[in-house]
Structure formats: C-alpha cells, structure tokens
Design a binder for this molecule. Structure first.
Ligand SMILES: *[C@@H]1O[C@H](CO)[C@@H](O)[C@H](O)[C@H]1NC(C)=O
Length: 208
C-alpha cells in the first residue's frame, strides 16, 4: 500500500505534459516563418510550454485578448536570436519554458519578430467566447508593431520578467542564447526515465 501511495505521488511530476511550441515556425508549412507552431494549445495546470526558437530574432511576450500586440506586463522570454543557417528543426535550438498554473486563457505574441498583426500570436486555452480565431482578428486590427532588433528595446524592460522563465536564457542577451538540447524525444525519454526511477525508489521504500 505504501509503495502504491508513493508512486501516485511521483506520477504527476513525471507526466506533467510538455507542449513544444516552435517560435518563428509556420504551422501550415512546417518551415521557418511567421508565428507559432502550433498557434493554439490546451495545456492543463502543471503542464509546461517549451518555446523553441527558430532563425531570426524572436521573443514570446504575454498580452491580452483585447490587445494582442501589447505586453500585459506578464511573461516575456526576452529577445532570442538564432542564426539563419540553422535548419528549422535543428537540434539544440534555444528554448524557454513556462509552467502553466491554471486552465484560464493566456495570450502571447512574438514581439521581436514584429509580425503580430499578420498573425504571430499564440492562444493558450482559448474559450468559447475568447477564441483563437478572435485573437487573430484582434491582432490584425491592433496598431502595427515594428520588429525589435537583437538589442533589447529601450521602451521595455525585458529583465524585469526574467524570473518568470523556468529555464533561463538570459533575456535580451541574444548572443548568448542557450544551447541546451530541447528536442521532444529527449524530454520524453527524460520523463520516462524519471518515472522509472521514481517507481523503483517507491518500491524500495515500500519494502524496507
Ligand atoms: C506559474 O507559476 C510559476 C511559479 O510561480 C511562474 O514562474 C510562472 O510564470 C507562472 N505561469 C504563468 C503562466 O503565469
């Protein structure tokens, strides 16, 4: 009984799903391009969004349904620049993770990419009344947002939100983009390995 209870304790940790979202990747072509791939996801509380950055300068910035192309002061990945010669799904692309703490809708845009009006937006847990399509419509109507260069913008303090990214790439320091491998397979293997270790540990603790 004890071992079962312990396994039950470990399982949620091991299997909190990870949602891989490509930034600067066209979800319809699968190639480098505008926006997010996918552009709408439905994670549960405790799940993690793994933003993986493609070629060019991009930043994932939290906004609101009404003002898709304006920071709401929440999450900001900082500007991350990836060399143009890296393949769209090259291994070791820089990534920034964000843990989701509820199933309330969350809204994001690619501020540094500068194509919010053209649909560089991400809907997280859109609802019946606030839909992913509606968010894109609002983005199309929003005041145009110029692309920021690799140097941090002067009108916005990226560093103030640094603590919100779970695994850090130093926000704003584009040159030093992290190179930790972020492939889906590796993450999955890690989770399974961890689950195995947790289960074995729990069993031993139950026996002794
Ligand atoms: C969820 O909580 C963590 C820890 O407090 C925080 O770092 C993260 O930004 C939160 N996620 C969202 C989407 O606000």
């Amino acid at each position: 009984m004890k071992s079962i209870a312990l396994v039950a304790l470990f399982l949620p940790l091991a299997f909190g799903a990870e949602y891989l979202v490509g930034v600067g990747k066209d979800e319809t072509t699968g190639k480098k391009g505008l926006g997010f791939d996918p552009s709408s996801i439905h994670p549960l509380s405790g799940d993690v969004i793994n933003f993986e950055f493609r070629s060019g300068s991009h930043s994932v910035v939290q906004s609101s349904y009404e003002n898709p192309c304006t920071s709401n002061g929440g999450f900001n990945s900082g500007v991350i620049t990836v060399a143009d010669d890296l393949a769209v799904d090259a291994s070791g692309l820089p990534s920034v993770k964000l843990t989701v703490n509820s199933t309330e809708p969350l809204w994001f845009f690619d501020e540094a990419g500068g194509l919010c009006n053209q649909g560089a937006v991400l809907s997280v847990n859109p609802s019946q009344t606030q839909t992913a399509a509606g968010f894109k419509e609002n983005a199309a109507k929003a005041p145009a947002t110029p692309a920021t260069s690799a140097t941090p913008s002067t009108t916005e303090d990226h560093s103030s939100h640094a603590s919100e990214s779970a695994t850090g790439t130093a926000p704003g320091s584009s040159g030093a983009a992290q190179t930790s491998p972020a492939s889906n397979a590796a993450t999955k293997d890690g989770a399974i390995q961890f689950a195995g270790i947790a289960a074995v540990m729990a069993m031993f603790m139950g026996f002794f």
